[in-house]
Design a protein around this ligand. Structure first.
Ligand code: ZN
Length: 65
């Protein structure tokens, strides 16, 4: 079995156990990531906020489809 990690979804606050390589970490799902990304982009256009690269760089978006 792949190692499981506990995440706390920043969007819906749900706590979940997911695989260590889970694609949407730290979100519980694609949906929550997109919601958060939408919120984030909205912020960026108004104020310039430093991104927390740490989480984002964990997703090799182009690698997995
Ligand atoms: Zn969520």
């Amino acid at each position: 079995m792949p190692p499981q990690v506990r995440i706390s979804c920043p969007t819906c606050r749900r706590e979940e156990e997911v695989e260590a390589g889970f694609r949407w970490r730290p979100f519980c799902s694609r949906r929550c990531k997109i919601i958060d990304l939408g919120n984030w982009l909205d912020e960026v256009y108004r104020i310039s906020v430093p991104v927390q690269d740490e989480e984002l760089t964990e997703f090799p978006e182009s690698a997995a489809n």
